[in-house]
Design a protein around this ligand. Sequence first.
Ligand code: SF4
Ligand code: SF4
Length: 431
Amino acid sequence: MADIQELYRLLKELEDQLATCMKCGMCQAVCPLYAETGRETDVARGKIALLEFLASQMLRDPEGVKDRLDKCLLCGSCAANCPSGVKVLDIFLKARAIITSYQGLSRTKKIIFRGMLARPGFFNKLLSLAARFQGIFTKQASQTLGSSCARFKIPLLGNRHFVPLAQTPWHRLTPSLNTAPGSGKFKVAFFPGCLTDKIFPSLAKTAVKVFNHHQIGIFMPEGQACCGIPALASGDKETFIKLVTQNIALFSKQSFDYLVTPCATCTSTIKKVWPMMPEYFSRETNEAIEKLAGVTLDINAFLVDCLGIDPGQSEKTPGKPVTYHDPCHLKKSLGVSEQPRQLIRSNSNYTLKEMNEPDRCCGMGGSFNLMHYDISQRIGTRKLRDIIDAEAKTVATGCPACMLQIIDLLSQEGRDIEVKHVLEIYAETLD
Ligand code: SF4
Ligand code: SF4
């Protein structure tokens, strides 16, 4: 448990940020959670009102405060539409850390975050073991989507349709890389992220193929840790600090032009969330974080903005219809929305058909999906309808977490619409 003085300091700091909210309620109209529950306590304004009395509420009902704060996708829709520029995610993440310091971390989360996630080597071994035996408990659900579901009733899996763990994760296929740039002149540090590494290793392979095609040098150090957002979103700042420090040490070993990831959430975490928490780190680490955040780019943005990939203006015959879902962490957090569309248009075998509200949250929200699967699915149903109505054969996106949610939604509905990362669509042009 945190000492009282430290807790008081953190609460004071939060108070200053809370004062910027003028309670206008503009966040209500865009909150995907509010659209489902209709509860004011679920929207940013309601949570901020709760936090204004955090000190007294924590003493009265810490569990209730935590539950209300945890019920949030951290999608950033509210922040992106707030006229006062309230740093909503900053506030929510800091408040969760304060409550966790006061209450302590649950035993399960301690095991998951401190026992597993904070120890990348052990975590990798554990998941490799799980990958070997997962077939006993699961069966294939859709061949097109590559999804599975539980063979029998397993509370943890419920009726989820999920993509199984890869038999050979990316870090075993290619433990490390350090290549010099060719005519492409740039050297990138490559951060695949946990979902790419363990569930979609072919996406990492595609990224390397694209870098090699453009003669980009690659630095991919061995032993990369999670970006830390699952731990921080649960208020576990101890694990977050550990993971960020491990990654900073690895990526400080080599100079490069950009750090590139194919995961919208990892990009947004490294670029926006790491520098949001300077009080957690030493001056040296903060300098390294700022430097790294300044050169971190989503892979779509790297290809279009740095390499100048352009679909051109030529008329073409219609290709296979593909629709695009804007991940919240890509569009709302980083402002990247045109670049993925450019990459899709660069493949003449496809024709982009926009869905209704392409930037509406898919309902994934990382651990929100684990804790509130029913609401996550209800939010996702709207996305599912928009995808189906677009009459596309493929849905593309830029975040492996969104891919998992969309695959679940489509697979449960029995729809044979393939789900791809934009990078895969672009890479097909290089074959
Ligand atoms: S968070 Fe922003 S949009 Fe929401 S009530 Fe406060 S000022 Fe208005
Ligand atoms: S981050 Fe998303 S879910 Fe959370 S309050 Fe804001 S809009 Fe609602």
